[in-house]
Design a protein. Structure first.
Length: 213
């Protein structure tokens, strides 16, 4: 069985001192990967010299994705012009994990381009609503749904509700109370976290900067 490597890295452009924080999944630690930043790779093509430093290795895509998100946030790499990073949201490399090739991904993208979902009529929407009344998802369905949405940015990312929308939400929530978490719910949460040690345990905020130096 071929070993997979999951690592968090920082690339430093020695010519202009700018940095890029990223994650990479690979079967070859010497594959020459230089990140997904177009601006950084343009500078490399211009002849800029770069240094790649591995900050930490992980055993799965989830801890790796979490670590990248935290590191970029702590270093304020999106706002700081000395970093190439342009966005920050939880990203998990499912394509690597489940063996989808780049060709496969490109084919899916090409086939979906320009296609729009047909709008549902009110009658159609009502039928779906009536059919789902009282229906509960199985644990398998819930897990599948969770995996589908992991690492994807919210549909409201960089968007804001207008005043009319805020008013409707406010009216809809009036008189409603947050559901009380049962003892079973709290116990389930507690048990699910047992034995899990966060990768950044014991690391102080000021020490994050040292990791990428």
């Amino acid at each position: 069985m071929i070993n997979a490597f999951y690592y968090l890295y920082v690339i430093t452009n020695l010519t202009n001192k700018r940095k890029y924080i990223g994650q990479h999944c690979t079967y070859d630690m010497n594959d020459g990967y230089t990140g997904s930043s177009k601006e950084l790779n343009k500078d490399i093509k211009k002849g800029h010299t770069v240094k790649v430093k591995i900050i930490k290795q992980f055993t799965n895509i989830f801890d790796l994705g979490d670590a990248e998100f935290i590191m970029i946030k702590i270093c304020d790499a999106i706002k700081d012009k000395m970093y190439y990073n342009e966005n920050n949201y939880l990203k998990y490399n499912y394509y690597f994990e489940y063996g989808l090739s780049k060709e496969h991904i490109n084919n899916i993208s090409i086939n979906l381009k320009g296609k729009k979902k047909s709008p549902r009529t009110k009658e159609h929407a009502k039928k779906i609503g009536d059919a789902n009344k009282g229906r509960k998802h199985s644990e398998e369905e819930n897990e599948k749904n969770r995996q589908t949405h992991l690492g994807k940015p919210s549909g409201m990312k960089d968007k804001h509700h207008n005043q009319e929308s805020k008013k409707k939400i406010s009216i809809g929530l009036k008189g409603k109370k947050k559901p009380v978490r049962t003892k079973e719910h709290r116990k389930h949460q507690s048990e699910s976290m047992k034995g899990h040690i966060p990768w950044n345990k014991g690391i102080k905020q000021k020490d994050y900067i040292k990791l990428i130096a």
